[in-house]
Design a protein around this ligand. Structure first.
Ligand code: PGA
Length: 257
């Protein structure tokens, strides 16, 4: 049984006061069981949000939006996985498409950050996704499986936990989500690829869908067998909408067999 995860990525949004309010609202919305909730605030608010969530012990998990592929040293502006762990994080996004496209993170940089996250006891959330041009050229599965493989190489042992997020680049922040059928095809391919290497991990790994997830479309995704939750940007900045996403995931959580 895979517990669905609703993860709110605030990106570079929100004042300190809003961060506090959104964290309190997420805490109030999070169920004791059924579904899991995680927040990914901007770096400056991490410790304050950690205090509100009682992270990493509390029921809402705290994550970082990215971490450096370096351990420490002269890397002005960068933040290490160890610092994020100290700040209360237990998760870290690796390879979000905005990091790949706007900050020049290639597969090697993403794999390095994933390795650092694992070393610091953070669970990496590896993000993969194709551009519109790649989809239209029929290259979706090739692109996402390539990104996945490069991330899987960074795992050290079967004990290293990993979460995946399939986020088609053309669906992020555009209001144009993938269809549940499109997500189903990619999620099945990702799970199949993981399972070919490590059958246990293939069954257990959580694969989130991301890209214009809203309260009125989340159910379609959650009903897909291989979708285990959502990585949410825009709707995570609206506490009422975010709470509705959490409620949907809790309601649709599949009972343990
Ligand atoms: P969106 O962002 O929900 O605003 O499309 C998703 C993401 O980038 O994780």
């Amino acid at each position: 049984m895979r517990t669905p995860l609703i993860a709110g990525n605030w990106k570079m949004n929100g004042s300190r006061a809003q961060a506090r309010a959104w964290a309190q609202a997420a805490l109030a919305a999070a169920p004791d069981r059924g579904a899991e909730v995680a927040l990914f605030p901007p770096y400056p608010w991490l410790t304050e949000v950690a205090a509100i969530l009682d992270a990493p012990r509390g029921r809402v998990r705290l994550g970082a939006q990215a971490c450096s592929g370096e351990r420490e040293g002269a890397f002005t502006g960068a933040v290490s996985a160890g610092m994020l762990h100290d700040a209360g994080c237990s998760l870290c996004l690796c390879g979000h498409s905005e990091r790949r496209a706007l900050f020049g993170e290639d597969d090697a940089a993403v794999a390095a950050s994933l390795r650092r996250a694992l070393e610091a006891d953070l669970v990496p959330v590896l993000c993969v996704g194709e551009s519109l041009a790649e989809r239209e050229a029929g290259r979706t599965l090739e692109v996402v499986v390539h990104q996945l493989r490069s991330g899987l190489e960074a795992l050290r042992s079967p004990q290293d936990e990993l979460i995946l997020a399939y986020e088609p680049v053309w669906a992020i922040g555009t209001g144009r989500a993938a269809s549940p059928a499109e997500a189903a095809e990619v999620h099945a391919a990702l799970r199949g690829e993981v399972g070919r290497r490590e059958p246990d991990r293939g069954r257990a790994i959580r694969i989130l869908y991301g890209g214009s997830v809203k309260p009125d479309n989340i159910e379609g995704f959650l009903r897909v067998e291989d979708v285990d939750g959502a990585l949410v940007g825009g709707a995570a900045l609206d506490p009422v909408a975010f709470a509705r996403l959490v409620q949907a995931a809790t309601r649709l959580a599949r009972p343990a067999p």
